[in-house]
Write a protein that binds this ligand. Structure first.
Ligand SMILES: *Cc1c(COP(=O)(O)O)cnc(C)c1O
Length: 464
């Protein structure tokens, strides 16, 4: 932990502490107000209300100190109150909070763009446009690819998650709860190819065979639809909400080659996996994957809403003046936060921290992987790791196990998230600045919860 991080964390002891049951009485009172004032459509993972956060700790309004293995869904990689982020945002707030970059400009926006142009994969001229949310970045990447190619079609994948706006919902794979009741979705010209998920690929072949077959399925889709109809293929280099699924080595590179042969623009959705989370600045780097356009968000703004599309200058230039932007897009406070995040990533070697976190998690949870005991796989990269639960002895998803494990962790003050197309995966997204002892403590709690619940799931065929 660097001095800066240490200072912030010092105000909040980096230890788990239960003052009350979780949720405690103050959270429960706020919960009642929430239920009266908010619609049910807003889900919640852990029904506590937060007082403050620092390092790897969430302090709730009842004084409980909860270990954060979520980072607000991969957002607060540098911690939720890193002093440098706080300082730069506060200074910026005193100068001005907003201009709308399309009306009058400010330097921070340009500096964020320069950093992304220099650090995203690909050694070619790039430009960057900023937005506020991940979904907005993905939609704009599609707009740019359509403008550049004059083609309508978009290829996405099984298990994909790209957001909750109407178009990104059409791109997202999972139906319930994301799409239920919101149709008709604008699915015209959206095509889905199979993502090589090694756990669930038919017949579970070798990684090479799965990659070959997935690429063949992509080629078949292109042949069926016609390359001249396809603007872009959008892929998460490691799938996020879909279950932290890592494609076989070499697959992304070969997909990009295949797409380019057909004049299809390659869009990498690094919204969840990008910016140090997987042990390199961008998850694409593991596979030498070089998208034409890269979408970033989540960790980019260090907790403030900021997203970006960075891509080949000539593709980005296809949109005429006025075609991109938004009232809040590239907000000056969020740009200052991002500039702080870039400094911290380098100075505190957060990609290195992500790799160290991976080792700790593999050590703690690796021994629990045993399909006969209901744990099918521990997968992911860096500090983006997940455990998949199944009915013991089968590949049948066991979502109830994931929920039970999460509940046991939550009761003991460890915040974990459930994900996966079948809701049977627990994912870990700790802040990259989390203290080693704190992480070990949280992993002990998680490992106990897995031992308690996974093997106890009904084996296949016994009952449902
Ligand atoms: C979260 C996410 C999005 C959507 O981002 P929002 O900011 O919620 O709109 C898009 N793609 C991926 C891979 C994500 O994880």
């Amino acid at each position: 932990m660097s001095n800066d991080t240490a200072t912030a964390a010092a105000a909040v002891p980096q230890t788990r502490h239960l003052q009350t049951a979780i949720p405690g009485p103050k959270s429960l009172a706020l919960q009642a107000d929430r239920d009266a004032a908010l619609p049910d459509g807003l889900g919640r993972t852990l029904p506590v209300f937060v007082d403050r956060m620092a390092g790897g700790i969430i302090v709730d309004v009842d004084g409980n100190r909860i270990v954060d293995l979520a980072s607000g869904i991969a957002v607060t990689s540098v911690g939720a109150s890193h002093p440098e982020v706080v300082r730069r945002v506060a200074e910026q707030a005193q100068r001005f909070t907003h201009t709308c970059f399309l009306v009058t400009q400010y330097e921070g926006y340009v500096r964020v763009a320069e950093w992304l142009n220099a650090h995203t994969p690909g050694d070619f001229a790039k430009t960057t446009a900023l937005f506020s949310t991940g979904a907005e970045a993905v939609e704009n990447a599609v707009k740019i690819a359509r403008a550049a190619t004059g083609r309508p079609g978009v290829v996405v994948f099984s298990n994909a998650y790209h957001g909750r706006t109407l178009f990104t919902l059409a791109m997202t794979a999972k139906d319930t709860p994301y799409k239920t009741g919101f149709g008709p979705l604008p699915t015209d010209h959206v095509y889905r190819a199979p993502f090589p998920d090694l756990v669930r690929w038919p017949e579970t072949p070798s990684p090479e065979e799965a990659a070959d077959e997935a690429l063949q399925a992509f080629e078949d889709l292109v042949a069926e639809v016609g390359a001249e109809q396809l603007a872009c293929v959008v892929i998460e280099p490691i799938q996020g909400e879909g279950g932290f699924i890592v494609p076989p080595d070499g697959y992304l590179l070969r997909l990009a080659e295949a797409a380019r042969r057909h004049g299809i623009i390659v869009v990498g959705d690094e919204v969840q996996a990008g910016l140090g989370r997987t042990g390199t600045l961008f998850a694409s780097e593991h596979d030498s994957f070089v998208p034409d356009l890269v979408c970033t968000a989540k960790a980019l703004g260090g907790g403030l809403p900021l997203s970006a599309v960075t891509g080949r200058s000539e593709i980005m230039a296809a949109v005429p003046p006025g075609g991109l932007g938004g009232t809040y897009a590239g907000n000056p406070l969020a740009c200052e936060a991002a500039l702080a995040v870039f400094d911290i990533l380098e100075r505190e070697d957060l990609p290195g921290r992500a790799r160290a976190i991976e080792q700790r998690v593999l050590t703690a949870l690796g021994p629990l992987v045993d399909i006969d005991h209901g744990v099918a796989q521990l997968r992911g990269r860096g500090a983006m790791l997940a455990v998949e639960f199944v009915r013991p002895g089968s590949l049948e998803p066991a979502p109830a196990t994931a929920v039970a494990v999460a509940r046991t962790c939550h009761e003991q003050g460890v915040l974990v998230l459930v994900c996966g197309t079948f809701g049977n995966v627990i994912r870990l997204l700790p802040p990259l600045v989390i203290d080693d002892d704190l992480l070990n403590d949280a992993l002990d709690v998680l490992a106990d919860a897995v031992r308690q619940h996974a093997a106890a799931a009904d084996p296949v065929g016994v009952s449902s």
